[in-house]
Design a protein. Structure first.
Length: 260
């Protein structure tokens, strides 16, 4: 019955019984895990901040012999995401980032860079607000950090070998999530066309920091193409659409300004 303590982010929390909660955490030192928080809805002392979605803090956990579910003995909130709950756009992006991590991160696989990427994303979200461009940069960084990054610059199949000597900009590409992203015309078996502008934008976004992403403003059609291309890669790994995506789509349709 080992005790452990780790910086952690709450990816999911559901009520259980009369007073408990079951939480999914991304622990910096543990990877993703689920834990039972006994009395979480009654004890503000042990669970400061109430274990809300995307709360950042230090989790004290106890492993239970033979049980997959750990016991969460305490959670000290350290990140005050004060603006998240007050702004529906920020909350939608936070919920989406959390759902992505809960679906893409393997259980108990330590991914320090992925943890830090999510923590940085949430901090920027709280500080500056929701931005579609930054959400794309987050998706690209998360996919890349987990080894799921799509091929963008060169063909996912031949890595450029079949069009050697020709400038990559002169080669037609298709987008095929099943084969890992951009596939050159010579290798393509399926997929769908992707514009040179969308591929250039994805490549550009892949090189941006989360901070710099906020100052980007892609044309609406390029933005949509990037979102759809990455959604296909994500769906391929998750095995279906994410709940929080529909919510963001509804928000986007309702807002005239194009953001989030
Ligand atoms: Zn190829």
């Amino acid at each position: 019955m080992a005790s452990l303590s780790t910086p952690a982010i709450v990816l999911r929390a559901v009520n259980y019984g009369e007073a408990d909660r079951i939480v999914t955490l991304l622990g910096r030192d543990t990877g993703r895990l689920s834990a039972l928080a006994r009395g979480a809805r009654k004890s503000q002392k042990r669970f400061a901040g109430g274990l809300g979605l995307c709360a950042v803090g230090v989790a004290s956990l106890r492993e239970r012999a033979g049980a997959e579910l750990l016991t969460l003995e305490g959670f000290d909130a350290t990140g005050g995401h004060s603006a998240l709950g007050a702004d529906i756009g920020r909350m939608a992006h936070a919920a989406y980032a959390a759902e992505l991590c809960s679906k893409l991160c393997a259980p108990r696989q330590v991914e320090v860079a992925v943890y830090d990427w999510l923590a940085e994303f949430l901090a920027y979200l709280d500080l500056e607000g929701a931005s579609a461009e930054r959400l794309r940069v987050f998706e690209l960084g998360l996919l890349g950090g987990l080894g799921f990054g799509p091929a963008i610059a060169a063909c996912a199949v031949c890595a450029g070998a079949s069009h050697a000597g020709r400038d990559a900009s002169a080669v037609a590409f298709r987008w095929d999530a099943d084969r890992g992203g951009a596939v050159c015309a010579g290798c393509a078996r399926g997929g769908r066309p992707i514009t040179a502008a969308a591929r250039a934008a994805l490549l550009h976004l892949a090189g941006l920091s989360l901070g710099a992403a906020f100052r980007e403003a892609l044309a609406p059609d390029v933005n949509r193409d990037c979102r759809e291309a990455l959604a296909e890669i994500i769906n391929h790994h998750v095995g279906g659409p994410l709940k929080s995506v529909e919510f963001i789509a509804k928000l986007s349709a309702a807002s005239s300004g194009g953001r989030p």
